[in-house]
Design a binder for this molecule. Structure first.
Ligand code: 5RP
Length: 293
């Protein structure tokens, strides 16, 4: 039997205080439902509006990538410094500690290996399994201009429909085929298509004139790091991307293939969240490495 409200205190309705109406901090995300916003706020830091995602899903098509041979050894120490972990369900279940507070962005497309046409992907995870893993978003590759362009677009739109039922954001990854020019015209085309077809976040490569890509894409863009660069160069790329409208990075090789990955991810955070210049962040990298980090 529920108890009656017998409190002697006078009820207070704060009649002179209008109810607060929250404005959501993230680009293009103001009209989503609560669960979707809450998941996005786990990936993107509401204070800075940015994210440092750690990508270590490379094994899903290229096997034991350099730096990812033993993810229990190399990735687990990096996890505390990331806002979100982008990985496959296999890596998550077998190697990552479920006690980590980081958001999970789950790789949800796959199929071909590096031995085949990479654009021939299918959906590789159900939304139910993504929810079972408490994913904050799922990620699918979309091959605009690739042989299997339509199939890969369909993978993403099917997943958007499934994920919208549960408030799970979809991150669309623009994959650039060998034969396609990686420039603002192409990246801008791909990013815009993904956003228009329902991606809540777009991941792409940093290119010259990046501000035109971010301006014409109505959802947050995060950049991939791409091939390993010198640390200062990678930090400069992150700085340039943020300055030109990126909402964060989803870096893999430039972190886990660094000589000092734990120092590098902290330097990346300084650029993304603290507004540091590449040089200031590199100074932090050097200081941390001199201390053996
Ligand atoms: C694979 C991916 C990877 O997660 C991502 O591109 C790799 O990150 P990086 O380029 O920084 O190593 O989406 O296609």
């Amino acid at each position: 039997m529920p108890e009656q409200d017998t409190s002697a205190k006078t009820k207070e309705y704060y009649l002179d205080t209008p109810q607060e109406c929250d404005r959501f901090f993230l680009k293009g995300s103001g009209n989503y439902d609560w669960g979707m916003k809450n998941r996005l706020a786990r990936i993107f830091n509401p204070a800075s509006g940015k994210t440092v995602m750690l990508a270590f899903d490379h094994g899903y098509f290229q096997g034991p990538t350099t730096g990812l041979e033993r993810m229990d050894v190399t990735i687990r120490p990096l996890a505390p410094h990331a806002d979100a972990l982008m990985c496959t369900r296999g890596a998550l279940r077998t190697l990552m500690n479920p006690e980590v507070p980081q958001a999970v962005v789950l790789r949800a497309s796959g199929g071909p290996s590096i031995l085949k046409d990479l654009s021939d992907e299918r959906i590789a995870v159900s939304v139910e399994d993504a929810l079972r893993l408490n994913a904050s978003a799922v990620a699918l590759q979309v091959f605009i201009g690739g042989t299997h362009e339509t199939q890969s677009v369909h993978n993403m739109t099917s997943m958007v429909d499934a994920c919208n039922r549960y408030g799970v954001p979809v991150l669309g990854v623009t994959a650039v085929g060998k034969e396609l020019t990686r420039d603002a015209r192409y990246i801008g085309l791909a990013a815009r298509i993904l956003a228009e077809l329902g991606a809540s976040i777009v991941k792409t490569y940093y290119v010259d004139d990046f501000e035109t890509v971010t301006a014409a894409c109505p959802v947050p863009i995060v950049i991939a790091g791409g091939k390993k660069l010198e640390e200062l160069e990678a930090l400069q790329m992150a700085r340039d991307a943020i300055d030109r409208g990126a909402s964060g990075v989803d870096m893999g090789r430039n972190v886990f293939q660094s000589d000092a990955p734990v120092a590098m991810i902290q330097a990346v955070r300084k650029v993304v969240h603290d507004g540091a210049s590449a040089e200031e962040a590199f100074e932090l990298y050097r200081e941390l490495t001199s201390r053996g980090v």
